[in-house]
Design a protein around this ligand. Structure first.
Ligand code: ATP
Ligand code: MG
Length: 500
């Protein structure tokens, strides 16, 4: 855990901020309506920490919706979105989202899971927040304007970097078990330490996460994954007993077996290392997901082969096939993001395999063809996957990785296979042999594509034409007279670029 004294909390940061029109309008409306209003929660926390914050929460000891509408009117703000069921309302102020709620008391009945919400005081509202650092409020009222209302020593916890619940942790967590996941999310994002009694309560209550929807879980999980060092969160998820509740496949990666004195690496910690490595290079959530899932099928494909050691044959293929099931269960998107992750998992060994061998042009060309526009992402994953503890081995792989990168550039410039367009179309083939659509056309196209990818010919019409004729002849097709040479139209420019 990072040093706990790193976090400087500067109350000076509050001064000036409260002069902004939003807070002045809130103060006027509060005075007029005879209610109290406060800025509260994440906004105050981030303000004190000097972190950027894009949403502001305002709580009033009164009707939150009516309050929001009055403030919006004062500011000439746009449309107010009202969520009657939740008693909340929000509007946008530039790119800042401002949310209003009436202070409330809340208690969940264990049986119904439905919270009973009744109006309350600011103190009640602060008590039902998740952590002391998220329960801080600033007064927007004339009599104690800009006073920090901190009944649970949240500022102290901010300074020390501590995540702690305002009430007894068992109470806070059983009211809303998602808060256990949020504790880990904040610890990961902020580099904070979860207070021991709070962490023990998470371990005790971990099973209660089962009542939380997959959507709420993946929202927090994705925030952990997007943190600067996501492994911090996954280690806490593991130790707390939360991870197994919603991601058992990852738990399976844990452990290193040994047979006849031969071990294999612990794939859980290897995966976390790869994830952190990717996180250093890319903020793409889905590439980070690919890192998490790249070895997910290793436990299912693990074999000990005498004389050879541990193998995980086909784990990339099986892993790719596990992706949809995992995404579906977690209610993650099932369209192009999922297809991207699947593709990354399937291809993740390809560049690595190249770095182990002599790198041939045709292997590089095939890789480019299969990865297409995702080649850069795949290469990030590939480099991140080089985690060998053997420094010499690691150095060799990394050097080869550079060779592959060079080759990729060279081959792409020469052969343009990244977004492969067949140089000869089905239409060309039908005309050349005077045939109707049939399977032979596809066969000829495949032979041409393979010839290009294998480096036998260049990717252009003039080079591919003889291959088409030869393959056609093999298939018993006769060429139309005058078609023995490629048609001039559309091919002149390609012929010109053939010399390389
Ligand atoms: P961020 O916006 O960076 O995700 P945040 O702390 O602002 O962090 P939000 O989810 O926006 O988190 O919630 C705003 C505030 O609402 C929190 O700071 C906290 O006070 C309160 N809050 C949110 N979710 C919960 C919850 N499940 N239980 C209790 N309080 C919560
Ligand atoms: Mg927020």
């Amino acid at each position: 855990m990072p040093a706990q004294t790193e976090h400087t909390v500067d109350p000076e940061r509050l001064i000036g901020v409260l002069d902004q029109p939003l807070f002045q309008a809130a103060e006027r409306v509060a005075a007029r309506m005879g209610v109290k209003a406060y800025a509260i929660g994440g906004y105050v926390r981030d303000l004190l920490l000097g972190r950027p914050c894009k949403d502001i929460d305002i709580v009033t000891e009164g009707d939150g919706i009516a309050f929001a509408e009055a403030v919006a009117k004062e500011l000439d703000a746009g449309h107010v979105h009202v969520f009657k069921n939740f008693g909340t309302a929000m509007f946008m102020l530039g790119d800042v989202q401002v949310e209003f709620v009436g202070a409330r008391k809340e208690s969940y009945s264990r049986n119904s899971r439905k919270p009973e919400v009744v109006p309350g005081t600011i103190r009640d509202d602060q008590e039902r927040r998740d952590f002391t650092i998220n329960a801080l409020a600033i007064s927007l009222n004339a009599e104690d304007r800009s006073a920090l209302i901190d009944p649970f020593n949240g500022v102290h916890d901010l300074e020390r970097g501590i995540i702690r619940t305002p009430l007894a942790p068992d109470v806070t967590f059983s009211d809303d078990p998602l808060r256990m996941l949020r504790a880990i999310r904040f610890a990961t994002q902020l580099g904070f330490f979860i207070d021991a009694p709070t962490f023990k309560a998470i371990q005790r209550n971990a099973e209660r996460l089962d009542i939380i929807s997959a959507e709420r879980i993946h929202t927090e999980l994705n925030k952990i994954i997007l943190a600067k060092v996501p492994s911090i969160g996954f280690k806490l998820l593991l130790d707390s007993g939360l991870l197994v509740r919603f991601f058992p496949e990852m738990i399976e990666l844990l452990g290193a077996e040994e047979k006849h004195g031969i071990g294999h690496k612990d794939n859980f910690y290897h995966t976390l290392q790869v994830l952190d490595n990717v996180a250093e290079k890319s903020d793409d959530l889905w590439l980070r997901w690919a890192a998490i899932l790249h070895d997910i099928a290793k436990p299912k494909t693990k074999r000990f082969e005498p004389g050879h050691g541990w193998t995980f044959h086909g784990h990339e293929d099986k892993g790719a096939r596990m992706v949809p099931g995992i995404f579906r269960r977690m209610k993650l998107p099932l369209d192009e993001q999922m297809r991207f992750v699947k593709k990354m998992v399937l291809l993740h060994l390809r560049p690595i395999a190249l770095t182990k061998d002599i790198v041939t042009d045709s292997a590089v060309r095939r890789l480019l063809f299969d990865a297409g526009d995702d080649i850069d992402a795949l290469m990030i994953l590939c480099q991140a996957d080089i985690t060998s503890k053997n420094e010499a081995k690691k150095k060799r792989y990394l050097a080869n990785y550079e060779v592959v990168m060079e080759k990729l550039k060279e081959v792409e410039e020469k052969d343009r296979v990244r977004n492969f367009q067949p140089p000869i179309t089905g239409e060309d083939i039908m005309q050349a042999f005077n045939i109707k659509p049939c399977k032979k056309i596809g066969d000829i196209k495949t032979v041409i594509k393979d010839a290009i990818l294998d480096g036998k010919i260049h990717n252009d019409k003039a080079a591919a034409w003889p291959v088409m004729l030869e393959e056609g002849a093999k298939l018993g097709l006769t060429v139309v007279e005058g078609m023995e040479v490629p048609p001039i139209s559309g091919s002149s420019e390609e012929v010109g670029s053939q010399e390389s």
